[in-house]
Design a protein around this ligand. Structure first.
Ligand code: ADP
Length: 248
């Protein structure tokens, strides 16, 4: 695999006169473990929202696997291979993790809910759901409990399994360690690192320790623009990056 999974060119977003994302050109390789970092207010969240299609761009383009999706709505981007995570604690609180993933898999398969399906189809859905939970290393013993009572780290694993149910080629992870105790967040990032290389991962994260454990490539945003882009060693040594972080 040597192609480009996700590419932006000159991607720009204005809010009135303020330019939150300012001509960002970024390339995420197929199967990459890529991180996007930057001080508070750098434009990371806005950039992710432009990628997913949650908000429209003011200029520039977004391409997924070589196809321009700049004008495509969110669900079309998901179908073309871009998935992001959503918080499960409210959405699926009363379901078990296994039930939640079964639901996501059946949605992807275009079957709607599972309640009306012939019973014979359920074992296949359950097998796929369990395979996804295996992929994210979600412990077997916790799969039938109540999602709303899961420890935060397990919630994150479930959220990633739900995103993987869409069979994405690019997974956007927006601060998966936020609010998660350090031991659990390491577990989450280790699980993500071990995902099959069919999936490229773009991680947006504050925690530098996690970023440097995970990433093979790092893009640094500051004031809406790309400040630096390269291998972790080069980024760690870059005086402009140090200055951008110390300056906040
Ligand atoms: P980060 O995620 O890197 O902290 P954000 O993308 O959240 O940065 O924000 C970048 C800048 O854009 C900030 O100055 C923020 O105040 C501004 N911004 C974000 N969303 C809006 C909005 N809806 N309206 C006006 N300004 C916004």
């Amino acid at each position: 695999m040597s192609g480009t999974a996700l590419e932006t060119r000159g991607l720009t977003r204005r809010f009135g006169a303020f330019v939150a994302v300012d001509g960002v050109t970024l390339s995420v390789a197929e199967g990459a473990r890529h991180a996007l970092i930057g001080p508070n207010g750098a434009g990371k969240t806005t950039f992710v929202n432009l990628l997913s299609g949650a908000i429209p761009a003011s200029g520039g383009t977004v391409a997924l696997l070589g196809e321009d999706v700049t004008a495509a709505p969110q669900h079309a981007r998901v179908r073309r291979g871009l998935a992001r995570t959503f918080q499960v604690n409210q959405l699926f609180a009363e379901l078990s993790p296994r039930e939640a993933v079964v639901l996501a898999v059946s949605e992807r398969a275009g079957e709607g809910g599972t309640w009306w399906r012939p019973v014979g189809a359920l074992p296949a859905l359950r097998r796929e759901a369990d395979a996804l939970l295996d992929l994210v290393r979600f412990p077997v013993a916790g799969r039938d409990g109540r999602t709303g009572s899961l420890p935060y780290g397990r919630q994150r694993l479930l959220e990633i399994a739900l995103a993987l149910a869409m069979r994405p080629r690019v997974l956007l992870l927006d601060e998966p360690a936020a609010g998660v105790p350090p031991a659990e967040s390491r577990e989450v990032l280790e699980a993500v690192s071990a995902l099959p290389r069919e999936v490229a991962v773009l991680l947006i994260e504050h925690d530098m320790d996690l970023v440097f454990r995970f990433a093979e490539r790092i893009t640094v945003l500051a004031q809406g623009a790309v400040l630096a882009d390269g291998e972790p060693n080069a980024i760690a040594r870059d005086p402009r990056v140090k200055e951008a972080y110390l300056g906040t």
